[in-house]
Design a protein around this ligand. Sequence first.
Ligand code: PSU
Ligand code: MN
Length: 312
Amino acid sequence: MMRPVSRPIDISPEVARALAARSPVVALESAVYSHGLPREQARATARKLDEAVRAAGVTPALVVVRDGSILVGADPLDMGFLFEPDALKIAERDLAVAVARGQSGGTTVAATMAVVAEVGIVVMATGGIGGVHLGAQESWDVSGDLHALSRYPIVVVCAGAKAICDAAKTVEALDTLGVTVVGYRTEVMPAFYARSSGVPVPHRADAPEEIAAIARAKTDLGHRAALLVVQPCPEHAALDTGTVSAAVDRALAEARSAGIRGGAVTPYLLSAIAEATGGRALTANLALLEANAILAASVASALAASVRTGDR
Ligand code: PSU
Ligand code: MN
């Protein structure tokens, strides 16, 4: 049962109640399910993230687009439509088209931010943001996630940019865009499957309360850009940097010779990398997704508590 709040956006009663009570909510994107993971892992991961957020006492809000309705608080057990052949990867630029045409699909980080900013959710989790792609000097492939991060005041928890991005260029672009980047218990930009890209990030925080305090200060200052929290993949599941870059190079060469372009690049490369690493990349991806959802839940709780008490 979804009821409309703001035109094409339907917010679930559970999420609406949590927002009205000012209790913590964590938004979750869905392009990672429709286009980032094999179907069975996607289903299992969606359930797992939902449970992990709930176990922290926080309300999960999975964002999807179904038949032109944007759902905030979608049921992770009912996502078959995301695996239909006509399901789209919906970036911010595509949202209005999907709504107008009654299309379905998973929302990218950018699209998810655009939606949740509209309904008052302030924290979201993802695996990796889109960034400046490797080879961007030729392709000009720079994710719309970066521009969205500059415009929506959301705390986004991720494991850095996708493995097929250039970490150094992505950190520079985030700087240009005024996005505050904070390493969670790290001083370097994670490299998605690997814990370090070797590229420094400007700030470090070691507790969710510190992140919440920075988020509050940004709000108090009237800043519109996002707070990007980068957390390394959990140690037990992480790959080493060399393994990742070899797999990425191989996948990129394959994609180039297969003539893959635009939004199709990411899904293609992710599956090629999973294959090249004998599934270890997939294990890392699942582990970091769960860790990010859990950290996002802690940040949302700390933020809700600090807003309630007025403490800094
Ligand atoms: N990282 C992953 N898998 C994914 C994505 C990121 O490991 O599927 C998705 C996210 O939804 C992200 C999107 O917002 O890819 C960015 O795509 P693009 O580079 O086309 O903007
Ligand atoms: Mn792109």
